[in-house]
Ligand binder design. Structure first.
Ligand SMILES: [Zn+2]
Length: 88
């Protein structure tokens, strides 16, 4: 971890592997502001990493939305009917 930080700050930029390793923390807003800005600087110069983070962001967005969406009751009822029928 210390080595990673040294590398980030020594070069003033992160390489792609480091950005991708930190990208979930970045999206969770779990990073120190200095690290965030290093990653932001890298993303503004690196299309592939930007695409990677975009994909990750939409994946995380989808995953975090799922528990909040309750199944429509009609769907729930039909699933329950099917389960009851299968038990017979
Ligand atoms: Zn990159």
């Amino acid at each position: 971890m210390i080595g990673l930080l040294n590398k980030l700050f020594h070069r003033g930029d992160a390489d792609c592997n480091e950005v991708r390793k930190l990208s979930s923390d970045y999206l969770d807003e779990d990073l120190a502001p200095t690290k965030r800005s290093v990653i932001q600087a890298h993303l503004s110069n690196c299309g592939p990493c930007r695409a990677f983070v975009d994909t990750l962001a939409s994946t995380i967005g989808l995953l975090s939305r799922i528990p909040k969406v309750s199944a429509p009751s009609a769907f729930h009822d039909s699933v329950m009917d099917r389960i009851k029928q299968e038990k017979k």
